[in-house]
Design a protein around this ligand. Structure first.
Ligand SMILES: Nc1ncnc2c1ncn2[C@@H]1O[C@H](COP(=O)(O)OP(=O)(O)OP(=O)(O)O)[C@@H](O)[C@H]1O
Length: 253
């Protein structure tokens, strides 16, 4: 939560980052799942350039839920995309699970993302022509699971998110909350260590939004996942371990 304690924690992390010797020791001792340092992002559009991130340092401990909050345009999605390896920063380094993803080739990064990161998006991003089960199975098969195992694991995952009786339905026959539950099952498929979620409740009504977040938080904790979530929803603060506030591309706390 964004408290005096979290401010102190961030200050102490910043102090530690100032010393490269301390940083090396910190990485091995304190189970930091995500670390970024000196992140800058400048978008170029013709002759115009816009600096969306202006030097972000952030560390997320393993097994915790980190929120990214702040006003529209403050750089939340840009930062999440960089932490997820979907966007290359103009400057700075991102370390996920002890690996420097900014030094990886495109194909190494794609493989790393597939095996280590589950994604949840505002608009669910399910394949419309595939059933709930097929939407989950396809990810497991991409990760190398056999057809038989993928079917079994999918059944388990959909039951876990409360959709055991909806496995054969297409996304259009599910409510928004149910579609987001399929997306959660898909994100958890294959036990990724990291979950990146971009405004996962924005398209849901208040009741379903809260239910989805509680489910995501509970499952993520159970599975020992580290979650980074962009949100405007102040109620989600209740399930978070830490909140980072961005303003004009700068981390305020
Ligand atoms: N591909 C791009 N090209 C140019 N500018 C971009 C690009 N992506 C983002 N920006 C700009 O960078 C800034 C930060 O955008 P970003 O989407 O990260 O903000 P945000 O905090 O997630 O906003 P919101 O809450 O409205 O989704 C904005 O001013 C945006 O217009």
């Amino acid at each position: 939560m964004c408290t005096v304690a979290s401010f102190r924690l961030l200050s102490s992390i910043r102090t530690q980052l100032d010393s490269s010797v301390d940083r090396d020791r910190l990485d091995t001792r304190s189970a930091i799942a995500i670390a970024c340092h000196g992140i800058e992002m400048t978008f170029q559009s013709g002759k115009q350039s816009y600096q969306a991130l202006k030097g972000i340092d952030l560390e997320v401990n393993s097994g915790t839920i980190q929120l990214l909050m702040g006003p529209s345009g403050s750089g939340k999605t840009t930062l999440l995309s960089i932490l997820a390896g979907l966007l290359t920063p103009s400057k700075g380094k991102v370390n996920l699970l002890g690996q420097d993803i900014t030094a990886m080739s495109r194909s190494e990064l794609a493989k790393f993302r597939l095996h280590n990161i589950g994604f949840i998006f505002q608009k669910f991003n399910l394949f419309p022509a595939l059933t709930a089960a097929e939407n989950v199975e396809i990810v497991l098969k991409m990760k190398g699971m056999s057809d038989k195992m993928a079917k079994k694991e999918t059944k388990h995952l959909l039951a876990t998110v409360g959709l055991g009786d909806k496995t054969d339905l297409l996304p259009r026959d599910l409510s928004g909350g149910q579609q987001q539950r399929v997306a959660i099952a898909r994100a958890l498929a294959g036990n990724p260590k990291l979950i990146m979620a971009d405004e996962p409740t924005a398209a849901l009504d208040s009741y379903n939004g809260h239910a989805v977040i509680e489910l995501l938080a509970r499952l993520a904790k159970q599975e020992g996942c580290t979650v980074v979530m962009v949100t405007h929803d102040p109620r989600i603060v209740d399930v978070a371990d830490r909140v980072a506030y961005l303003e004009d591309g700068i981390l305020k706390i």
